[in-house]
Ligand binder design. Structure first.
Ligand SMILES: C[S@@+](CC[C@H](N)C(=O)[O-])C[C@H]1O[C@@H](n2cnc3c(N)ncnc32)[C@H](O)[C@@H]1O
Length: 217
């Protein structure tokens, strides 16, 4: 199915609006523009499977995803997963609590095609096969995702767990964008680069902070 291109000016506007709810710096805007680029390249399908974001914070990247879904994938929706609750965060001295949760709910509240799961990715991935839900009169499940953005915990063992469960569910031609793969001495970047040599169903490319995994088969 062919998809209509989104004008570059519109994308710039979406990035500007979304980055207000995040770090709002050049590095962050670059991350959002990579996210937008690969969301737009997502193959269009009949009954488009959901888009998924792990790690939502104040909702900046989720807003960008919803705005692109609204323009190009009208019959689809966005699932976000984040435990908030000031859960200890990786090895960092800060946490993500109620203020971020409230900001996320406020900026995403007008989107009827957004569903948030207030839990860790580990919990969501362990229950997702027991959840059915309804969207536009049709019963849906999480057997497939159109696109996956991993930006929750950046600990290598957590990201590898998310990747192993979610990559097989990605649609053919779909993308998974993984943020901050340069952390821990490029551990995850090297992991994905090695994996792509053994696995002919994926191709990996990288920016200085992200890895983009394309499911080619
Ligand atoms: C880097 S921030 C996400 C930024 C957001 N994607 C954006 O660009 O605006 C990381 C988020 O991951 C969440 N998080 C931490 N551990 C998680 C886990 N195990 N599963 C899912 N999300 C997690 C945190 O609560 C935090 O909101």
């Amino acid at each position: 199915m062919s998809i209509k291109p989104i004008n570059k000016r519109v994308i710039k506007k979406i990035i500007k609006k979304s980055s207000k709810h995040s770090d709002s710096n050049d590095k962050y805007d670059k991350m959002l523009s990579v996210l937008a680029e690969y969301l737009i390249k997502t193959p269009k399908k009949l009954n488009q499977p959901p888009f998924l974001e792990i790690g939502t914070r104040g909702g900046g990247s989720a807003l960008l995803m919803l705005k692109i879904i609204e323009k190009k994938f009208k019959d689809s929706f966005l699932i976000t997963v984040d435990p908030y609750g000031d859960k200890p965060y990786d090895d960092k001295p800060w946490t993500y609590g109620e203020d971020f949760y409230k900001e996320m709910k406020k900026i995403l509240s007008s989107y009827g095609n957004h569903i948030h799961y207030y839990m860790t990715s580990e919990d969501f991935l362990s229950i997702m096969d027991s959840i059915n839900f309804w969207h536009q009169g049709k019963k849906k499940n999480f057997s497939k995702f159109s696109f996956v953005f991993l930006d929750g915990s950046h600990l290598p063992q957590n990201v590898k767990m998310e990747f192993k469960i979610l990559f097989p569910r990605l649609i053919k031609g779909g993308y998974m964008v993984v943020d901050n793969t340069d952390y821990f001495d490029n551990h995850l970047r090297n992991y994905f680069d090695k994996l792509t040599l053994k696995n002919n169903s994926m191709k990996v490319s990288s920016t200085d902070i992200q890895s983009i995994i394309h499911k080619i088969k």
